[in-house]
Design a protein around this ligand. Structure first.
Ligand SMILES: [Zn+2]
Ligand SMILES: [Zn+2]
Length: 364
């Protein structure tokens, strides 16, 4: 039991750390945002002092290799974690208990395996469908398609990507890792070893949804199996003696769960792994649903926050200056900034269903 608790603690810490790195806004005033800023600004110098220059250099080279080069480590890690977890579940849960309890029949072995195959299929599709690479041939088409998104703040008309030598369509970005311009760039995903953009975003959503659904399925079927085992072994009818005080008490859910955890440690362990997968994937999936509702990409959310931060700071300084002395230049600059601010905040919220329609109507 202690091992399971330790594992849950470890997974929750790692999960919140990953969430902080991926989903937290670096300008956010929340605790997560503050920790992230501290980590990014002070982290490297603390590590340097702790481990010395040589080890720090090696670690940062490794970090850059893993996260900023086009390598297969993410895909390999995905297969290792996902297939291992599924094999573990099959060995200690599916083969041992499915069909052996009144609550989980053998049909669920088939359904679970089919969903597992779907997960692999959507992973394969997200890896192989091109995100929508902008090149000289399709450049004009993409520029026209996203014409209404040029706001002259985030996206200025007629700016060129000097690497690809093309006009940057609004909402596109040049990915440093893939070395191409990607239409409606969301982010570069190391798990699938390519960018998530206009054309493969739908598969990315299905990839997230299928995995969170399989995890939830595993958790529900797992707990139903445990309940069946407890009933079969009449654990709810037993009385329990406290080892320290000798006090006799009736069975409670927690007591029965602790007894089962001792007897079926590996199965309980893998159910908790599924639970942690489910919670973290759901958080990530809901984050993307919210982005679709607001018609924003992850890249735009980050850029918008950076722009807002610098605008607010400059506007505040100019307003102070204007109050102190009537300065024509600062008034002009302030008016210009206010214009930009309005253009940046032109709401493009389209609602979740309208958003889905656009995402799923993109070509492969
Ligand atoms: Zn480019
Ligand atoms: Zn990329």
């Amino acid at each position: 039991m202690e091992q399971i608790l330790l594992f849950i603690l470890f997974a929750l810490t790692t999960g919140s750390f990953m969430y902080m790195l991926v989903c937290t806004d670096s300008n956010s005033k929340s605790l997560m945002g503050m920790i992230r800023r501290k980590l990014y600004t002070n982290g490297p110098s603390i590590l340097k002092q702790l481990f010395g220059n040589k080890i720090f250099k090696k670690c940062s080279d490794l970090y850059n290799y893993v996260f900023y080069t086009n390598n297969r480590l993410g895909q390999m890690a995905y297969f290792f974690i996902f297939w291992m977890a599924f094999a573990f579940y099959v060995k200690f849960g599916l083969l041992k208990h499915f069909g052996d309890t009144p609550y989980v029949s053998h049909i669920h072995s088939v359904c679970g395996s089919l969903i597992f195959l779907c997960c692999n299929y959507f992973f394969y599709k997200t890896c192989t469908i091109s995100p929508g690479i902008v090149n000289k041939e399709n450049n004009n088409e993409y520029v026209k398609q996203y014409q209404k998104y040029y706001d002259e703040v985030q996206y200025k008309q007629n700016t060129t990507c000097t690497t690809c030598n093309i006009i940057k369509p609004a909402r596109s970005k040049h990915c440093r890792i893939c070395n191409v311009c990607v239409s409606k760039f969301d982010h570069h995903c190391i798990w699938v070893r390519q960018c998530i953009g206009q054309n493969n975003y739908k598969y990315f959503l299905l990839f997230l949804f299928s995995h969170l659904f399989l995890s939830l399925y595993g958790v529900i079927a797992g707990f139903l199996c445990l309940f069946g085992i407890a009933e079969k072994q009449s654990l709810f009818k037993l009385t329990y003696k406290n080892a320290v005080t000798g006090e006799i008490s009736q069975a409670t859910f927690l007591r029965v769960f602790l007894v089962i955890s001792n007897r079926e440690t590996f199965f309980v362990f893998i159910i908790f792994v599924c639970l942690i997968f489910f919670i973290s994937l759901t958080a990530f999936f809901l984050y993307h649903l919210n982005m679709i509702r607001k018609d924003l990409t992850t890249n735009e959310r980050i850029r918008k926050n950076d722009f807002e931060k610098s605008f607010l700071h400059e506007m505040y300084q100019l307003q102070k200056q204007e109050i102190r002395k009537k300065d024509e230049n600062s008034s002009k600059r302030l008016a210009q900034l206010k214009l930009c601010w309005n253009s940046l905040n032109k709401r493009r919220v389209q609602g979740i269903f309208e958003g889905f329609k656009i995402v799923f109507s993109q070509p492969n």
